[in-house]
Design a binder for this molecule. Sequence first.
Ligand SMILES: NC(=O)c1ccc[n+]([C@@H]2O[C@H](COP(=O)([O-])OP(=O)(O)OC[C@H]3O[C@@H](n4cnc5c(N)ncnc54)[C@H](OP(=O)(O)O)[C@@H]3O)[C@@H](O)[C@H]2O)c1
Length: 379
Amino acid sequence: MEYRKLGRTGIEISAVGFGTMRLPTLDGVFSSIDIEKAKAVVRHAIDNGVNYVDTAYPYHLNGNSEKAVKEILADGYRQKVYVGDKLSMWVCDTYEECEEFFNGQLERTGAGYFDIYFLHSLDKNFWEKAKRLNVLKLFDKLIAEGKIKHIGFSFHDKYEVFEEIIDAYPWEFCLLQLNYMDMDYQAGEKGMKLAAEKGLGVFVMEPLKGGQLAKEPPKSVRRIWDESKFDMSPAARGISYLLDKPEITCVLSGMNEISQVDDNINTANKYTAGHKDEKELMLYARAREEFSKLIKIPCTRCQYCNPCPVGVDIPANIDYYNMGYMYDTVEHAKNFYNRPFFDNKRSTNCIQCGECLDKCPQHLQIPDLMKMIADEWAL
Ligand SMILES: NC(=O)c1ccc[n+]([C@@H]2O[C@H](COP(=O)([O-])OP(=O)(O)OC[C@H]3O[C@@H](n4cnc5c(N)ncnc54)[C@H](OP(=O)(O)O)[C@@H]3O)[C@@H](O)[C@H]2O)c1
């Protein structure tokens, strides 16, 4: 396993880290973790070199992932890894609630302290709220008390917002959504480079687009991969693309089978930074183009339609729908669309007011599309 320096923190993290957002579940119920299997899978990863375990309150709902981490890291496993958790701005409304929430996380995970701590899932609104609640002052306090060792933020908004946040606090790392289909999405590759230039470590989330890039690709894409000099699984194709980039410290992967752990560790053992030449990278550009041809709704994710007056996240709804057809994973994408955390943003809430219509530079008939997605996909 390759270990990479995490910015200026002085610690080294395994190139593949364990994300506990998609642990094995019982009967497919998201909130019901199959703890024995989860224990076996995560410990197998640790025994084979993974030294970072990442959790958050909403994973598997209401702190269930955090509680699972406590059980998984019993029997001496806590001492073998760095543990990371996140302050989710949507669950606290005052400074005191943030601190109480944090202490709850320490208790649920049994971690004692967090080696790695993120201000969670920042967008413009959550960032403004964090500043309003004086969260940065709370971080100073928790760091001084030794409850947080290293601090960063995870991010889901435009590059311009990323630029603002990155300079607002002495962050040591960030967590970005990056994969070979999303290098121009949110902070994107540009954000990754900026973070590295400023000496921050870079964690990656959704490296396989939540598993969609791990499936057997459509034939047109398969033919492109057949030209590659590397014979690898679709998941390895996705993860090695990221490990190729020296700016990236750690690719967080959600794994729920030992075979997935082995595959991803094998990828990290074999494919270090700089292993892909121009020709290989060109194959990824062509695959991206082929996948893009399968897009059903020509939304460019410009976000001009947001905010919707009733909070429907229009681009996200379209994205799920497109992903299902692009990667031939409709059932998988439907699950994402119907997950509880998306309740307020789902197209089922569209009131057909049409306020979005004039804002869309692609002139999409958004209310019709929201209805169509709801009719076809809502459970
Ligand atoms: N802070 C944030 O805002 C945020 C948001 C998202 C994620 N995260 C963090 O980032 C971590 C990673 O994100 P993610 O879970 O979406 O990662 P991901 O790697 O994109 O997706 C994980 C899924 O990929 C599949 N997979 C992984 N390795 C595989 C392999 N070798 N072969 C076949 N399938 C494989 C599994 O799908 P199946 O289930 O279909 O088998 C797994 O559930 C999360 O667990 C979480 O810790 C943070």
